[in-house]
Write a protein that binds this ligand. Sequence first.
Ligand code: IPM
Ligand code: MG
Length: 353
Amino acid sequence: MKLNIAILPGDGIGPEIVEQAMKSVVAVANKFGHELSYEHGLTGATAIDQVGDPYPEETHNLCMKSDAVLFGAIGDPKFDNNPKAKVRPEQGLLAMRKKLGLYANIRPVETFESLIHKSPLRRELVEGADFVCIRELTGGIYFGEKGRKDNGNTAYDTNTYTREEIERILKLGYEFASKRNKKLTVVDKANVLESSRLWREVAQEMEPNYPDIETEYMFVDNAAMQIIQWPKNFDVMVTENMFGDILTDEASVITGSLGLLPSASIGIHTSVFEPIHGSYPQAAGKDIANPIATILSAAMMFEYAFNFKEEGKAIRDAVADSMAEGIVTEDIAEGKAYKTSEVGDWIAEYIAK
Ligand code: IPM
Ligand code: MG
């Protein structure tokens, strides 16, 4: 099969980690006899610097005509401390999500045996934790009406959700739960927010349609606590955009390294696969960043965008072996630390074998 992939490296360490992931993509394509065609597009601060727009029309067209998008990271410190910046790299990511209709962000939280001792949680709490966060990605406070009034001295962001938006994401949550351990945790703040009450209302209406799935409702503050107290109690968690942003960062570190977790954003048009970590500008160009989250995002790309389970597994197995053998970057190395490019080469060669 011919696979058309759009590559958006973005900022900071984005280009170097995406390069490593592409080594694995090429190795898998060769091994399984897929024809590969790929093209690079501009995004983030890099795109602002070059064409003044963090998600240029040309990049959008490239994404639309591709079968999948592999994304690095965006963000640049020169914008972070400047609240007055007219255009910010993050707007590129949000525009991409909206224009591609990527309403669901899927973030699996899994532990790796060789890293459990690095988890901030005790081994017995975290060992065996395995859940998926499904974050709504194109609605809520990220996209609601926002602005200033009173000469700029009052600011507001509005959290808006429609029934349709809630239904489609909950439906996906139920589908995931039915293929996993049959438990769906709906996270909201229904004791305070009207938007959350609609979430809960819709979930309660849908619940009877999934009799073999246990639906659990949890306030977000409680969920933040439960993730670190009893991470093994979760199977599939579904929540709105902002809560999901916060909870998934929290969830990612309990595994021992933020550098390891991949994500898939899926929806109406082309799906996007990206690591959940940021652009780590301090490490850019140094060949020290951990490429594993991006390589695992490429595995998710094969599984979700192409439904190629074997190809995804070939990448996962290679990653697991690199960790077991200690072929890892400095953030997780116990002994010798390998370079970003060395880890990328090792994993691709392992796949090719
Ligand atoms: C994420 C990031 C983004 C978000 C930023 C970079 C806009 O934190 O993907 O989780 O808040 O969604
Ligand atoms: Mg985030």
